[in-house]
Design a protein around this ligand. Structure first.
Ligand code: AR6
Length: 166
């Protein structure tokens, strides 16, 4: 699997699947989540509501997929990153977001997948560590149908952090 980094907006990526840094409610929020629902249109939220009604809140570190609505991608994979904690090591949960998203992408038949820097915004994860965990998780993930993993970094600081790790 090739790993690449770009600076940009994940909603504009021409890939099979984009990953959303969602929250357990699956009902939307700010950051990447807000942008995906805003630009992808109401069909994404409709599917999220159905998943939510059938299965309840999505646990941290897990992933589910929906249509990507009006976005160029075919699917949105929604995953819930851990809130960063100064007292508890939650790295395994952040790793799980990447591993479970890639596993789901493989099940869907996606070849190209774009990730944001999960947990590095509202959930407070320090950028350098978020980048280290993300890159290691993707490097160690099981072989799959995914040929390209693209990290899409919204600002210069996030791009620089991923660039240092890669
Ligand atoms: N494309 C790519 N990256 C983006 C975009 C975008 N359009 N917008 C923001 N980022 P965050 P989290 C970057 O807060 O920390 C939401 O309210 C952003 O600069 O989106 O996992 C959810 O509903 C940062 O580097 O996700 C949850 O409640 C990174 O994406 C909560 O925030 C992640 O920031 C999840 O927090």
């Amino acid at each position: 699997m090739d790993t690449e980094i770009v600076r940009g907006d994940i909603t504009q990526q021409n890939v099979d699947a984009i990953v959303n840094a969602a929250n357990s409610s699956l009902l939307g929020g700010g950051g990447v989540d807000g942008a995906i629902h805003r630009r992808g249109g109401p069909r994404i939220l409709e599917e999220c509501r159905r998943i939510r009604a059938a299965s309840g809140p999505l646990p941290t570190g897990q992933a589910v997929s929906t249509t990507a609505g009006d976005l160029p991608a075919r699917w949105v994979i929604h995953t819930v990153g851990p809130v960063h904690s100064a007292t508890e090591d939650r790295t395994h949960l952040l790793t799980s977001c990447y591993v479970e998203s890639l596993r789901l992408a493989d099940e869907l038949g996606a070849r190209t997948v774009a990730f944001p820097a999960i947990s590095a915004g509202a959930y407070g994860w320090p950028l350098d560590d978020a980048a280290r965990v993300a890159v290691a998780a993707v490097r160690d993930a099981a072989p799959s149908s995914v040929t390209t993993c693209r990290f899409v970094l919204f600002d210069e600081a996030a791009y620089a952090a991923f660039d240092r790790v890669l």
